[in-house]
Write a protein that binds this ligand. Structure first.
Ligand SMILES: [Zn+2]
Length: 276
């Protein structure tokens, strides 16, 4: 590969005996690149490979628990960034040691971990970071999901939109139960190809239209789409794709008093049924 800028010297700024600066040299096989890679490879148990692409691929493929995976996917990018920064600093007359390259990469990785996993960390060395990351055991929180009937005179509506392919063939479905838990109606329709979000909105609209026509004026609408709930509560701005449906729902809410809430209850089973 040729140098990328003919106005500057084609020689590298990383070796005791300068060589032609190709991207493979600068980022993978030059003296500085080798030292930096070896520092990070070593603790990660990855061998130094001849080509940059191989090297990055190796980092991406070397997995572990969820946290290790996330960090290993970005480490190569951070190394490349630091090598690039070093090269340009020196090109413009500055000083940037190999040690500083390693320190800077360490620092970025650490910040990323703290920020991404929202943890407090007093670990500063890459090798210690790997040990700590590998010792990470995901913790799961549980919650009991059950359907509870609405209070008197209120009806509970479970709505669900599904899109196979997202976008793709879609369906919208809803069911309504009274305060005793009796099923009042269950309905599903196939709709034109769209996204999960639009299908979710359509399900709510269909449900509320049914309520309006059948004079069901107090409803609790449950949707498994957090996005849809946030949009209808006004917390999130509606993306253009659902603006029409959302306006429609708003108009219906003038007649039908609806509380909208998120539910894990039905999953996607209701609408999926109509896709088959
Ligand atoms: Zn060099």
């Amino acid at each position: 590969m040729n140098s990328w800028n003919s106005n500057i010297s084609p020689n590298c700024r990383c070796c005791s005996v300068p060589e032609r600066e190709t991207s493979e040299h600068l980022f993978q096989n030059g003296e500085v690149a080798r030292v930096v890679w070896q520092y990070f490879n070593g603790a990660a148990g990855i061998n130094h490979l001849t080509y940059l692409k191989q090297s990055i691929r190796k980092w991406w493929d070397t997995g572990g628990n969820a946290r290790v995976k996330v960090v290993f996917q970005v480490v190569p990018m951070i190394i490349l960034w630091v090598l690039w920064k070093r090269r340009n600093t020196i090109l413009h007359g500055g000083i940037y040691s190999t040690k500083k390259s390693i320190r800077d990469a360490n620092d970025i990785i650490r910040k990323l971990i703290v920020c991404r996993f929202k943890i407090k960390w007093d670990i500063y060395q890459w090798s210690d970071m790997v040990v700590a990351l590998e010792g990470y055991i995901p913790s799961y929180s549980f919650r009991i999901v059950r359907w509870s009937p609405p209070s008197d005179n209120w009806f509970e509506c479970n709505t669900d939109g599904a899109s196979r392919g997202n976008p793709g063939p879609s369906s919208a479905a809803f069911c309504i139960r009274d305060s005793l838990g009796h099923l009042v109606v269950a309905k599903g329709i196939k709709i034109q190809d769209t996204t999960t979000l639009v299908a979710g909105a359509r399900a709510i609209r269909e449900c509320m239209e049914y309520c309006k026509v059948h004079r069901v004026f107090k409803v609790i609408i449950e949707s498994d789409s957090i996005a849809m709930v946030q949009i209808l509560e006004g917390t999130w701005k509606a993306p253009w794709s659902v603006v029409l449906e959302v306006d429609y729902i708003k108009k219906l809410r003038r007649t039908v008093s609806a509380r909208v809430q998120h539910s894990l209850l039905e999953g996607n089973t209701l609408a999926d049924f109509f896709l088959t």
